[in-house]
Every structure is written in structure tokens, then in C-alpha cells.
Design a protein around this ligand. Structure first.
Ligand code: PMV
Length: 308
């Protein structure tokens, strides 16, 4: 067991650009990392026998590993530290973040990756960080595909297919997005279960939808590599329609996408598990009207530039 932690570690948040849910069923997905979205800083506690304490005020988190039986985030963090042979007592870990939690932006993968790096070091092999993150992700989400951990650990833009090596994608030019948190919380596991149910009830139809989402991800990858953002926007609209058909959008997310399109977006879709969480709009040129339209609804849109 390593009794020391490194002083500081970071991890990316993520935006799934195309292919969420379908990726659980073996289809490709494309995701972009948002660099340094979470920073964890470790300091020794005066009482070296006191359980590790984790505080991330922006996510309303403040717990100790004594709570692993009752607090799922404590359990996930305890499991990641144990997996990495890290200390379970004697440290305080404080987190600062630029993203909202439980909104499809990969907060759980960010915390588990950054925690793994506090033990293993910031230059630890990416695969080791991903493996450790997956231990925590299983506590949060049951049977995650692994895309969140891969992109939180690696950053950049990646193509992810379950069971295959991750492929980095080089963008033809930077992609500009406006990400809009709906403010509605949801459970990834419940959302994933909805797609399983759709496939059970409508095996041929729902499987076709899932395969279509995968084909959209393939086409979207080409658009991104060529810098064809207007065509990528059209595919984002189509992907949103497929996710609606699979039952994982919501009237709120549909409305937010419609607002984005009405205010000049090249396309818009939900991102992540859906049901709540975020949408993103693909944008070009002046985004003032679009951002103002969301701000007028009391929302906090984020301008994001994805580059590689
Ligand atoms: O938890 P979220 O919102 O980042 O969604 C994860 C992506 C899913 O495809 C819905 C689930 C998975 O395990 O890939």
C-alpha cells in the first residue's frame, strides 16, 4: 500500500459528440475532453488514522471514507483508492471544478481519474488510470461502456468502440459548441435501462436505431476530420432524433435543442445519458443571440472550443 498521495492531479470532463447509448451496444461513439475540468489537491491530516476526507464544494460533496456504506461517491472513491493501493486514512482531498455534476459532462469519471492520479502520479500510464476509474464508474453506473473514463483520462477527441483500442481523432479545424445544462438531474443507469427495455420490446426496430446512431457517429467523424461543421451540425440533429426515438431525451432537452436551432445553431443534440443533463449546439460566427436566449431562460450556457 502507498501511504503517500501526490499533491495535485487533474482530469478532463467530457462531451459525447455522437454515439452515446449506442456505444453500450457495441457501436462507435465520438467524445471530446474538456481539459483540466477537475483539480484535486491532497494534504495530510493531522490525525493519520482519520479516514480520508474529500470535499468538492461546487458539487456539494463533503464526505469521509467512513461513509462508504451509505454514500455512493464515498464508496466509489474508496474503491478507486483501494484498487490503486492508495491510503484510506490520513489525507484530506479538496476539489475545484469548472463543470456541473450529474449533467452528462463526465463528473464521475473526472473524480475517479483524478483520484487515481493522486495515487499513481500524474505521469501514470493512461491505461492504469482508466482501469482505476472504471472501478469507481461501476459503482456509479453499473455497467459503463468505458467511454467516460477513456476521455477523462486521455483528453482530446476520441473514437471509442467497446473492446477496441481508442482512436484519437484530429479535427480539421476547432469545433465551436455552446453547452447548455438543463438543470435537471438524472440517473445514467436508469437512462441506459430505458434503451435495454426498448431493445427487449422492439428488437428489430430498436437495434436498427442503435445501429443508425453508430452510422451517424462514423459519418460525424469524417465531418470532424474534414472540418465540415455545417454537415456535422446536421448529423447532430439526426442523432438527437434517434435518441428521442430510443426514449432517452425529454421535452426539456427537445425544447432546448429547438431554441438553439431557432437562434442560428448549425445543429443541436442532447449529450450523455439524457433525460436531463445537457444539450450542445454546434455554432459558427456570432453566438450572442443564442447565448442570450438561454440566459433569458435562467440557464448558464457555456461556450466551448474543442481542438486537437
Ligand atoms: O453518464 P453520462 O451522461 O456521461 O452518459 C454516459 C454515456 C452512456 O453511453 C449513456 C452510457 C455509457 O456507459 O456509455
Amino acid at each position: 500500500m502507498t501511504l503517500a498521495l501526490h499533491e495535485r492531479a487533474t482530469a478532463c470532463a467530457k462531451i459525447i459528440l455522437l454515439g452515446e447509448h449506442a456505444v453500450v451496444h457495441g457501436q462507435p461513439a465520438i467524445a471530446a475532453g474538456l481539459p483540466d475540468a477537475l483539480t484535486l489537491v491532497a494534504a495530510p491530516l493531522p490525525d493519520r488514522t482519520a479516514p480520508v476526507r474529500v470535499a468538492i464544494p461546487a458539487w456539494d460533496l463533503d464526505f469521509t471514507l467512513a461513509e462508504v456504506g451509505t454514500h455512493p461517491v464515498a464508496r466509489a472513491c474508496g474503491d478507486v483508492l483501494a484498487h490503486c493501493d492508495g491510503p484510506l486514512t490520513g489525507w484530506r482531498i479538496d476539489g475545484a471544478t469548472s463543470i456541473v455534476a450529474r449533467a452528462g459532462l463526465g463528473s464521475s469519471a473526472a473524480i475517479t481519474c483524478a483520484l487515481a492520479r493522486l495515487v499513481l502520479g500524474t505521469d501514470a500510464p493512461t491505461d492504469a488510470v482508466v482501469d482505476a476509474s472504471m472501478v469507481g464508474e461501476r459503482v456509479f453506473h453499473g455497467t459503463p461502456s468505458g467511454i467516460d473514463s477513456e476521455v477523462a483520462a486521455r483528453g482530446g477527441v476520441i473514437r471509442f468502440v467497446r473492446g477496441e483500442a481508442v482512436q484519437p481523432i484530429a479535427l480539421g479545424k476547432p469545433l465551436r459548441l455552446v453547452v447548455v445544462p438543463s438543470g435537471v438531474a438524472r440517473s445514467t443507469a436508469d437512462q441506459v435501462a430505458k434503451v435495454h427495455r426498448a431493445i427487449e420490446r422492439w428488437p428489430v426496430v430498436a437495434r436498427n436505431l442503435v445501429e443508425t446512431a453508430g452510422r451517424i457517429a462514423n459519418a460525424g467523424q469524417q465531418c470532424l476530420e474534414r472540418g465540415e461543421h455545417d454537415r456535422f451540425g446536421e448529423l447532430a440533429d439526426m442523432a438527437h432524433g434517434v435518441l428521442c426515438s430510443l426514449g432517452v431525451s425529454s421535452s426539456t432537452l427537445d425544447e432546448l435543442c429547438a431554441v438553439a436551432r431557432r437562434h442560428g445553431a448549425l445543429g443541436a443534440k442532447m449529450t450523455g445519458a439524457g433525460g436531463g443533463g445537457c444539450i450542445f449546439a454546434v455554432v459558427d460566427g456570432d453566438t450572442t443571440a443564442l447565448v442570450d436566449a438561454f440566459a433569458a431562460r435562467g440557464l448558464a450556457p457555456m461556450r466551448v472550443e474543442v481542438s486537437t
